[in-house]
Ligand binder design. Structure first.
Ligand code: NAP
Length: 255
């Protein structure tokens, strides 16, 4: 796969889980990576340390998405940090990964829970792109993290699934607009991945793990690196002719 040396990437929600793995992959391919976190500065610092120890370049930036002023806070922190680590002060690759899964059937979903998911999973990526585009050169990459639940019905997370459906539509529509600038816009839709989002029901529960593994044609639960490698491909020049797509990374779940 072609390298990313000289490119600058911003990965939201990179202090843990899929975002962390994506930040590590992009840095390993040569990109300078802005490691965004919401509340866990120590975890983000650890990710940055790990990348630097491996010979890469990265810096951390914090902004709690879904709060007033979140988008300005994030881009201000990016602008303040990027010049110290890169001679180019733009963003070539934006990975909209930060997200929350607040569980609840239709009847259990409060307006507060609904609004919180919309704010983090849907509103934040929209306005991060709107405010970030002036920092993105032609030929840039936008990669949004969707979910297999836009294809597979899970009534117990209905409002979460709706936010990811919106991400798919955002991806398709934005790709049409930004194609003229050579910017590709794609989404990655993971299945069940072993991260903190699923810790409460998956970790330490062999029955749940067996059930989750059985959903995939490949017979196991997904790992963060399974998704990070797809993100790294979409970020690379090898994916220059792919845009407006939702790439299924569910390990063939529910085929
Ligand atoms: P995770 O391990 O729970 O990590 C979530 C990341 O998002 C953390 O870095 C967290 O930062 C950040 N974040 C959460 N809320 C935030 C907020 N309000 N403001 C700023 N940052 C916030 O999650 P994950 O499983 O890796 O999921 C990453 C993405 O993949 C999400 O969009 C998720 O919907 C999607 N996805 C996950 C799965 C799965 O099975 N895991 C499946 C399909 C799709 P702090 O800890 O610093 O606050």
């Amino acid at each position: 796969m072609s390298g990313l040396t000289g490119k600058v990437a911003l990965v939201t929600g990179a202090s843990r889980g899929i975002g962390r793995a994506a930040a590590e992959r992009l840095a390993a391919r040569g990109a300078v990576v802005a490691v965004h976190y919401g509340s866990n500065a120590a975890a983000a610092d650890e990710v940055v340390r790990g990348i630097r120890d491996a010979g890469g370049r990265a810096f951390a930036l914090g902004a709690q998405l879904g709060t007033p002023g979140d988008i300005d806070a994030l881009w201000s922190a990016f602008d303040a940090g990027v010049g110290e680590h890169s001679s180019r002060t733009c963003v070539d690759i934006l990975v909209n990964n930060a997200g929350v899964t607040l569980r609840g059937h239709l009847e259990e979903t409060t307006e507060e829970l609904f609004d919180q998911q919309v704010a983090v999973n849907m509103r934040a990526p929209f306005f991060l792109v709107q405010h970030g585009l002036k920092r993105m050169p032609d030929g840039g990459r936008i990669i949004n993290i969707s979910s297999g639940v836009t294809r597979i019905a899970y009534p117990e997370i209905i409002s979460y699934a709706m936010t990811k459906g919106a991400i798919d539509t955002f991806t398709l529509t934005l790709a049409k607009q930004l194609g003229a600038r050579g910017i590709t816009v794609n989404a990655v839709a993971p299945g069940i991945i072993d991260t903190d989002i699923n810790a409460s029901w998956l970790r330490g529960n062999p029955e749940a793990e067996q059930m989750a593994a059985g959903l995939s044609a490949l017979g196991r639960v997904g790992r963060v690196t399974d998704v990070a490698d797809v993100i790294a491909f979409l970020a690379s020049d090898d994916a220059r002719w792919v845009t407006g797509q939702v790439i299924d990374a569910t390990g063939g779940s529910h085929l």
